[in-house]
Design a protein around this ligand. Structure first.
Ligand SMILES: Cc1cc2nc3c(=O)[nH]c(=O)nc-3n(C[C@H](O)[C@H](O)[C@H](O)COP(=O)(O)OP(=O)(O)OC[C@H]3O[C@@H](n4cnc5c(N)ncnc54)[C@H](O)[C@@H]3O)c2cc1C
Length: 460
């Protein structure tokens, strides 16, 4: 008899696991999704005017050969390849990204401040204990205070002081004094090289178009509109809001781990306490569609560290894919997707932010006063679980949660299932799903989540 495997959540992680089970020819499994559609955070919505919106800017860029094959298999010739040309908007200038490589775009006093700070940082011993100290040590106070700290304060809010430093190199990169000096002296733009300088995107359907092609492969195992409501871990029985039940030998849960432990019956107070040590940040996304040709000022998307602008990132969607505007007609239509941070749980009580977003677009010059009449569509939504906070306490909480869950036959994986921002992208998520299946079926390690074969978190 084959092991009964149940996956909860049909986002990137759950779909990665489902695809692997399909690939391995395993038959005894199901995937349950709360919503009436698949995709989770990597979903897209087309409004009645014909504009398509993602839940925040999502592009594909990966160094995993398996994930890249997966993307090609699903999208085949529907995959666009793009050069990364992002910008940072600061002091009324559009500085190419990565910021540290392109400070020659700043006024001379700020160039000097950044360069001197970086020079001194190179010879200062590393005594940092948290994120803010780490970036100041690595990049110097000029680059840290102008961009990295204000930008990260916008995303992480009052959590910035609790951030660990372990994820910095993966997400922010490093700084080379010689390279930065060369770019200043030669007045040369430097957007980096390697896999980070390009990205991919589905040619239609927004980022959600990536995962739609998986549906025919897993249709008979997929149950939509089925929120999990409780888990009896003694009988390994799952209860759903519609009254349905199912049993599992092993469950791959991709829902936020704090929600997961709240569903366990009988209640496990020590797990609930550990989960309280975990924090997250929410965002509001605002889409603004215009009947006006698309002009690329911000290089596809831009980062906004300054506090007088409400968003931390704005994306010119037609520059990622023309299909994001009605009939793909970029000579007639343009659109911007604004991501606005808000505190955990605060988003649903926040007022409408569309006006703030439009005023912000005017303030930085992405649209001008006359363009207000050209707005033909606005769209907005709240993403409650958007950023898992990589706080100093996080790993202590996870070290007690994962082994306890594994003893109940539960693998908690994915952006909020693992609660690890540094492995929180779509490729990491798909790979966590794939590797969890390999572990369940073959006992192999999970390199992405960092669980070695035979270690406690998997002794289910
Ligand atoms: C603003 C933003 C920008 C991003 N940009 C990028 C990017 O450019 N590139 C990139 O690679 N990644 C990006 N990501 C990360 C990417 O979205 C995630 O890696 C990925 O979508 C996470 O997939 P997941 O399956 O782990 O989680 P989710 O997508 O959250 O999936 C979990 C699923 O579980 C379901 N669920 C929840 N509760 C229940 C329940 N009780 N019962 C049943 N189902 C339930 C949810 O509906 C959801 O479908 C971004 C994320 C955000 C928030």
């Amino acid at each position: 008899m084959q092991k009964r495997i149940v996956i909860i959540g049909a986002g990137a992680t759950g779909l990665g696991a489902a695809f692997r089970l399909y690939e391995k020819g395993h038959l005894n499994w199901s995937i349950y999704e709360r919503c009436d559609r698949i995709g989770g955070l990597a979903s897209s919505f087309t409004d009645k005017e014909g504009f398509t919106w993602d839940l925040g800017r999502h592009v594909i860029s990966s160094q995993y050969p398996y994930f890249n094959r997966f993307v090609h298999l699903l999208l085949r010739d529907r995959l666009l390849e793009r050069a990364q040309q992002a910008r940072v908007y600061l002091l009324d200038k559009w500085v190419p990204y990565p910021f540290q490589n392109n400070i020659h775009h700043l006024p001379p006093p700020q160039v000097l401040e950044c360069l001197l700070g970086l020079y001194k940082a190179q010879s200062t011993p590393n005594t940092s204990t948290n994120f803010s100290e780490w970036v100041t040590w690595l990049f110097g106070p000029g680059i840290a205070n102008l961009f990295l700290l204000p930008y990260n304060s916008k995303i992480w809010g009052d959590q910035i002081d609790t951030l660990d430093r372990g994820w910095v190199t993966e997400k922010i990169g490093t700084a080379s004094f010689e390279r930065i000096l060369r770019n200043i002296v030669l007045n040369m733009d430097d957007i980096g090289s390697g896999s980070c300088s390009t990205y991919q995107y589905p040619s239609s359907g927004g980022i959600g178009g990536l995962f739609q092609a998986i549906v025919p492969l897993i249709r008979k195992n997929l149950v939509l509109s089925a929120p999990l409501s409780s888990i009896d871990t003694e009988s390994r029985t799952l209860h759903f809001e519609n009254g349905a039940e199912n049993t599992y030998d092993t469950m791959i849960s991709t829902i936020p781990i704090d929600r997961l432990v709240s569903l366990i019956r009988p209640k496990r107070h020590t797990l609930i306490q550990s989960a309280r040590m975990l924090h997250y940040r929410s965002i509001q996304t605002v889409g603004v569609g215009l009947e006006k040709p698309a002009v690329d000022t911000c290089g596809g998307w831009a980062y906004f560290p300054e506090s007088d602008l409400p968003f931390y990132r704005v994306t010119s969607l037609p520059h990622i894919s023309p299909a994001m505007v009605p009939e793909g007609d970029t000579a007639r239509y343009s659109s911007f997707l604004c991501e606005i941070p808000c505190r955990q749980k605060a988003a649903e009580h926040a007022g409408p932010v569309t006006e703030q977003a439009v005023a912000g677009l005017e303030r930085c010059g992405l649209i001008d006063g006359k363009d207000r009449q050209a707005i033909v569509s606005t769209w907005g939504t709240t993403v409650e679980y958007a950023y898992p906070v990589p706080s100093i306490d996080r790993d202590r909480a996870l070290a007690s949660l994962h082994p306890a869950l594994a003893r109940m036959g539960i693998f908690s994986r994915g952006r909020f299932g693992s609660w690890r921002y540094e492995i929180g992208d779509m490729d990491h998520s798909v790979m966590m799903g794939v590797e969890a299946v390999d572990r369940i079926l073959e006992g192999s390690s999970e390199p992405t989540a960092g669980f070695r074969a035979g270690t406690t978190p998997v002794q289910a």
